[in-house]
Design a protein around this ligand. Structure first.
Ligand code: SF4
Length: 438
């Protein structure tokens, strides 16, 4: 596809201030969307995928100006959306329509389906009731319903039919772009597939561009031409869907794909060992690479000589100690220890090592000294010293420096130091990833 993009999003930001006290002094910032760049071409389906809370819905709402972005640029058919006045914004919204996740909350129960579908026509100045009715009947038929359904009320329809009605409402203004925010996540299996097939058919028939927001990598795989993978307010990898799914480069994408149950019933899903399972808070983003506290491929310092498993176990101990503990005693007492001796845990050095699968002695002398020193400090209730011993010995480049989105692979930008030619990382991450089926 060589046409100019229909939608260009450049460094989009949506930050929310965190305020405190009567004077509402700003004490922090939630970086919900933090420098997101992508484009959607005419007739293309582009998917934004990532876990709940990664900022993908806020990205959609910000680019449509349902929420005002705090930075960046949005161009639609070459027009600067963020500089639009009221009339221009109305024209933009006519051409870019949103389909929401929950069809049950999308309608006024006292309004007929026909009135609900006709509402955008009224808002945009189509006053003739007969013409409106014709357009509504046509839109309902396009989504596989009947013109006569216009006289019924929303509660008379199933969830899947309500989502079809939502899509009909988005279509009545003949948009160029549909932004579909988790459009099938509230639906069950077969209905989900039917609504997706409908979107697919409409896209082909009318040459629509679609921006699909989803946490479901299997769904974007089936529907999208290209995808962008979002993590904590940023895109970490993007490219043609088949390339990203078959050969994910970023460790986060690899993890997402490895967690999707394979469609091949004979294949087993991989289990990925990670330093931490929790998605960090967007008001307190980790330093360097935002994914580093969860990354199974976090890069060790060049002089560390441990196996990948040993390295991850040491990193897990380090990040455990970095958690928000009141003191060393609470950190020790919360450890998932198994008593090595007798019935009750004593939180001895051996038990602490066992809780992190650390052997009695690590083969790397420098790291072994740091681990021993940290555990000694923990036993003498000096949490800060324990943290410092490990930080001095094993701070990763991934914690210190934020990776830029590279364009090394032309159509496959990826934000990971493993793809930075100036960094020491080996590209082999050791994460097993595959997704089966067609
Ligand atoms: S930069 Fe480091 S922490 Fe981030 S994804 Fe790459 S290897 Fe993992």
């Amino acid at each position: 596809m060589t046409e100019n993009p229909l939608l260009e999003v450049e460094n989009l930001e949506k930050h929310y201030p965190i305020t405190e006290g009567l004077l509402r002094r700003q004490v922090g910032t939630v970086r919900a969307v933090d420098g997101v760049t992508f484009e959607v071409r005419p007739g293309e389906a582009f998917g934004l995928v990532g876990e709940s809370g990664c900022g993908k819905s806020t990205t959609a709402h910000s680019l449509l100006r349902l929420e005002e972005p705090t930075g960046g640029d949005v161009l639609f058919d070459g027009e600067d959306v963020l500089a639009c006045d009221t009339d221009e914004l109305r024209r933009f919204r006519r051409r870019a329509q949103l389909v929401l996740q929950d069809p049950n909350s999308a309608f006024n129960p006292r309004q007929t389906v026909g009135d609900a579908v006709a509402e955008p026509l009224r808002v945009h100045g189509l006053d003739d009731a007969e013409t409106r009715r014709r357009v509504v009947d046509d839109a309902l038929e396009r989504v596989g319903l009947d013109g006569a359904d216009a006289d019924s009320y929303p509660h008379e329809f199933s969830g899947g039919e309500k989502q079809r009605i939502s899509i009909a409402r988005a279509l009545v203004l003949n948009p160029d772009l549909i932004v579909a925010d988790e459009p099938v996540s509230a639906l069950d299996g077969r209905t989900k597939a039917d609504v997706l097939d409908l979107l697919d058919d409409l896209q082909d028939e009318f040459g629509l561009s679609v921006l699909l927001i989803s946490h479901d990598i299997d769904m974007v795989r089936r529907f999208c031409d290209r995808i962008g993978v979002m993590y904590l307010g940023q895109i970490v990898e993007q490219g043609p869907t088949a390339d990203v799914i078959e050969n994910p480069l970023h460790p986060y994408t690899q993890m997402l794909i490895s967690s999707v149950p394979s469609l091949d019933p004979h294949a087993s899903s991989a289990v990925v060992e990670t330093p931490s399972d929790e998605l960090p808070d967007a008001s307190d983003v980790p330093s360097g690479c935002r994914f580093h506290p969860r990354c199974p491929a976090i890069i060790p310092p060049a002089d560390v000589t441990l196996s990948r498993e040993q390295w991850l176990d040491v990193v897990s101990l380090r990040f455990y100690l970095e958690d928000d503990w009141a003191d060393a005693r609470s950190a020790r007492q919360s450890l998932p220890v198994t008593p090595t001796n007798g019935d009750s845990p004593t939180n001895s050095a051996a038990e602490i090592r066992a809780a992190f699968d650390l052997p009695a002695t690590l083969p790397d002398e420098g790291v072994e000294d740091a681990v021993t020193g940290a555990i000694d400090a923990l036993e003498t209730d000096d949490l800060e010293a324990a943290r410092q011993r490990l930080a001095e010995a094993i701070t990763s480049v991934c914690e210190r420096e934020s990776p830029e989105l590279t364009d090394e692979h032309a159509s496959r930008p990826v934000a990971c130091h493993r793809y930075d030619p100036d960094k020491p990382g080996d590209r082999e991450t050791g994460i097993e990833h595959s997704i089966g089926g067609d």
